[in-house]
Design a protein around this ligand. Structure first.
Ligand SMILES: [Zn+2]
Length: 544
């Protein structure tokens, strides 16, 4: 790290309280250079000014350097908010539908992105071939539950009057649900009539085998509980519901996600050895609704593969309740998934070449693939568009980086990480020295700050006050991300940065059919792109 700054251009622009004047750099009198930076207070549309910033900082004190940085930040934010491309680009991307690795749709979207990127005249737009796994959901899965107790509840309450159903909804005790008051989209609000069986939405987990089963249901929340029942032989021939909810008291929803996602990833491997015939998993979501949230699951080659699917949180509450009240409760589940041979796909790269050390690369991006539910708007269309827009913004404001800035859209993060692995491998094979990498994979929500590796933190800290002015002053120790992680194998001194937006709504839509363009707020997305552009500027300035 150092504080070196490069003189960027022979032109300087002076802003005198809102009036912009272009004069030769050499002709700028010292007092005007000072005035130039003093007069900038608010974010203004300063698109007409060019590459003037480092004129002052090169020759001035660290204080003037900071003021010059401040001007660059303003330009970045003005470009993002006044002339942003992020929202329309994400809209176009999402209009193509989901981008599951190995799907035709993903390949179409890759082609679209490459064609569009080429219109921006970046120094380089390219792809890297990657073989990706190919799992397909197949025909829409189906599931029902059979419960006489449930039928009695419906029938009995229907007879009691017009408000009885609502009363029943509140009256049914789900004492351990995180949504005891049912302030949610409820199954029982969907006009159910008493019946022999009740259809419920489910989504096969990514990688699941197909299967058609009908069996009784056992519900558990912990691995210990599961093992205990398993050892007693009570899971044999059963479908197991893994019903642990997210811990709602945790402010960081990613922490809550981490506390229960293992039942989704390992559910089949946990339950099959005890003779279970299928697994249902409570969706890993904070919302109480009727949308199943899929996600990757895995099998062990030495353990029999059983079908596994997510159920909506609303349904999980009902099934957990019924599994305790109705010994005759049964579930029927039909999954039609299939795994096909790997197929070629690609990572996408776009670059602005560095002026001083073009051989050194700062990479930043997100993953281009999504699940097949929804359109992957937040996960992780937003992350790719953040990177695309950050690269565009820095070019549009005339910033000439020291190092090569590379936006990367990695493929296959969701169910294989082949893109991230291959990217890192190729970086070493081609001796592309990576000095820093940033990943955005937490959605397009209001930016709050960044996770920053210790090696980068001292340099980044210098800008914390300025970042705070834009609402992104949160600097947590430790950066990283699934796709950039493999780079560390080859570039041990690399520093990682994670983009941190607000996390409260991310798991409402994560891996569900609700992760669509309309769930993304235009300004929040634009602010994210601006924050990342600002961070890339900081890294470029601070790294050797
Ligand atoms: Zn993601």
């Amino acid at each position: 790290m150092n504080g070196f700054r490069k003189c960027l251009s022979g032109i300087s622009i002076v802003i005198l309280c809102g009036v912009t004047t272009i004069i030769s750099a050499n002709a700028v009198p010292a007092h005007l250079k000072y005035q130039k930076i003093e007069c900038v207070k608010n974010i203004s549309d300063s698109s007409t000014i060019g590459q003037e910033f480092s004129e002052v900082s090169t020759k001035g004190s660290s204080q003037t350097a900071l003021k010059s940085d401040s001007l660059i930040f303003q330009k970045i934010y003005a470009e993002a908010l006044l002339r942003g491309h992020s929202y329309s680009l994400l809209g176009e991307l999402c209009s193509m539908g989901p981008r599951l690795s190995g799907s035709d749709n993903a390949e179409k979207a890759i082609q679209w992105a490459v064609n569009e990127l080429k219109k921006y005249s970046f120094d380089r737009v390219d792809t890297q071939s990657v073989m990706v796994p190919r799992w397909e959901r197949g025909e829409k899965e189906q599931a029902w539950f059979y419960s006489e107790v449930f039928t009695q509840i419906l029938r009995g309450n229907r007879l009691k009057g017009s408000d009885a159903l609502e009363k029943m909804v509140h009256g049914v005790q789900f004492p351990s649900s995180p949504h005891p008051e049912w302030e949610c989209e409820s199954y029982l609000e969907q006009g159910l009539t008493p019946s022999k069986r009740y259809k419920m939405p489910v989504a096969a987990l990514g990688g699941s085998v197909s299967g058609s089963v009908r069996a009784g249901l056992i519900s558990v929340r912990t691995k210990r509980e599961l093992d205990s029942l398993g050892k007693e032989g009570k899971l044999k021939g059963k479908i197991v519901l893994l019903a642990r909810p997210m811990e709602e008291s945790l402010l960081n929803t990613f922490q809550a996600y981490g506390g229960c996602v293992n039942q989704r990833v390992n559910g089949a491997v946990w339950c099959a050895p005890y003779g279970a015939v299928a697994v249902l998993v409570r969706s890993v979501s904070n919302r109480c609704d009727m949308h199943p949230h899929t996600g990757v699951t895995h099998y062990d080659p030495n353990i029999v593969k059983i079908p596994i699917a997510a159920v909506p949180t609303s349904i999980s509450d009902i099934l957990e309740y019924l599994s305790q009240k109705d010994p005759a409760l049964e579930i029927a589940l039909d999954l039609f998934c299939k795994t096909l041979p790997d197929r070629p796909s690609a990572n996408i790269l776009a670059e602005t070449k560095g002026q001083m050390s073009p051989e050194k690369i700062i990479a930043f991006g997100g993953h281009f693939d999504s699940w097949d539910q929804g359109d992957g708007a937040h996960d992780d269309g937003a992350g790719c568009i953040h990177a695309w827009e950050a690269l565009r913004i820095l070019k549009a404001i005339g910033y000439q980086p020291k190092h090569t800035l590379r936006a990367v859209f990695w493929i296959n993060e969701e169910n294989g990480l082949r893109g991230g692995e291959e990217y890192a491998r190729l970086s070493k094979a081609k001796n592309e020295v990576h000095i820093a990498a940033l990943e955005s994979d937490r959605g397009g929500f209001t930016p709050r700050g960044f996770g920053v590796d210790s090696v980068l933190m001292p340099g980044v800290k210098k800008y914390q006050a300025m970042l705070s002015e834009y609402g992104v002053g949160l600097l947590e120790m430790g950066g990283g991300g699934a796709d950039i992680g493999p780079l560390k194998k080859y570039w041990s001194s690399i520093g990682f940065v994670s983009f941190i937006p607000d996390s409260q709504r991310y798991f409402d839509v994560h891996h569900a059919e609700t992760d669509v363009f309309s769930s993304v707020n235009k300004r929040e997305l634009e602010l994210g792109a601006a924050a990342i552009a600002a961070m890339i500027y900081i890294l470029d300035q601070e790294l050797d």
